[in-house]
Ligand binder design. Structure first.
Ligand code: PEP
Ligand code: MN
Length: 264
């Protein structure tokens, strides 16, 4: 179902009336790693929708390495996302980590995210197949393209055709960057599949000063969109502070990507 041999055309996925991914227009997703408060998300929505960022992100169920780290606002965070989505007329995406969370995330968000750590959680993938909303599937921390494609196949085989692949960097030996952004995978997936592919330079880079050049490179090599973490006060982010852009820098990034997108 995922393979180009099954379907020749490039799949376009409709997110709402205004926004589609996989076509001519570059999809820009922005927002904090974690939803922290209503005030934070109001500032994010107010600044970013002007850029425009077409889809806002923010985690409310967070896959944290330590069980003692903040785990997310849960339902309260979903309500904050829904509120800004309605007030600013912008769709929102958030991660779903387990089958019991699906129902409420579907009720409050426009797009569901499967995080890297759950890319091969096959029972979750099967359940997401029945969710009835578009899904951003993030590549596993050390997943081959074959494994990544098969994870998307699970979701599609269980009834959901609207899968957006997301390259977010893979594990390697050098700790200079948090992960290694695999742009070869972006090109390869474009050749192997008909699904839209977006790039998350933030989790690949791990450092804010690397985010814009990687985002530009991703767009130049044919990515259908990018997802970038940003925050009203980046250094105060409760998670992934080191890679968060300021809202001003995020708006500038959107501006700077326009000529790159036009040239591909
Ligand atoms: C995220 O995008 O919020 C996230 C946790 O990323 P990843 O699953 O790629 O680590
Ligand atoms: Mn993050």
């Amino acid at each position: 179902l995922v393979s180009k041999t099954h379907l020749e055309h490039q799949t376009q996925i409709k997110i709402n009336e205004q926004t589609t991914v996989g076509g001519q227009e570059l999809l820009i997703i922005g927002g904090p790693c974690t939803v922290e408060s209503l005030e934070q998300m109001e500032q994010v929505a107010q600044q970013l929708t002007k850029a425009p960022v077409q889809l806002l992100r923010g985690g409310v169920y967070k896959p944290r390495t330590s069980p003692y780290s903040f785990q997310g606002l849960g339902l309260e965070g979903l309500k904050i996302l829904k509120g800004v989505s309605q007030r600013y007329n912008v769709p929102v995406v958030t991660e779903v980590m387990s089958i019991p969370q699906i129902e409420s995330v579907v009720a409050y968000a426009d797009v569901l995210q499967i995080g890297s750590r759950n890319m091969q959680n096959f029972e979750l993938l099967k359940a997401i197949g029945q969710a009835g909303k578009p899904v951003i599937l993030k590549r596993g921390l050390a997943a081959t393209l074959e494994e990544f494609i098969m994870a998307a196949e699970y979701i599609m085989a269980h009834g959901n055709p609207d899968v957006i692949l997301c390259e977010r960097g893979i594990r390697s030996f050098d700790s200079f960057t948090r992960n290694v952004l695999d742009l070869g995978a972006v090109v390869g997936l474009k050749q192997l599949t008909h699904l839209p592919i977006i790039v998350d330079p933030s989790h690949a880079a791990g450092k804010r000063e690397l985010v814009e050049p990687l985002a530009r490179a991703a767009v130049a090599c044919g990515a259908d969109g990018i997802m970038v973490e940003c925050h009203p006060e980046p250094e105060k982010s409760v998670s992934d502070a080191r890679q968060a852009l300021s809202l001003k820098d995020m708006v500038q990034l959107v501006e700077n990507l326009r000529p790159v997108a036009a040239s591909v």
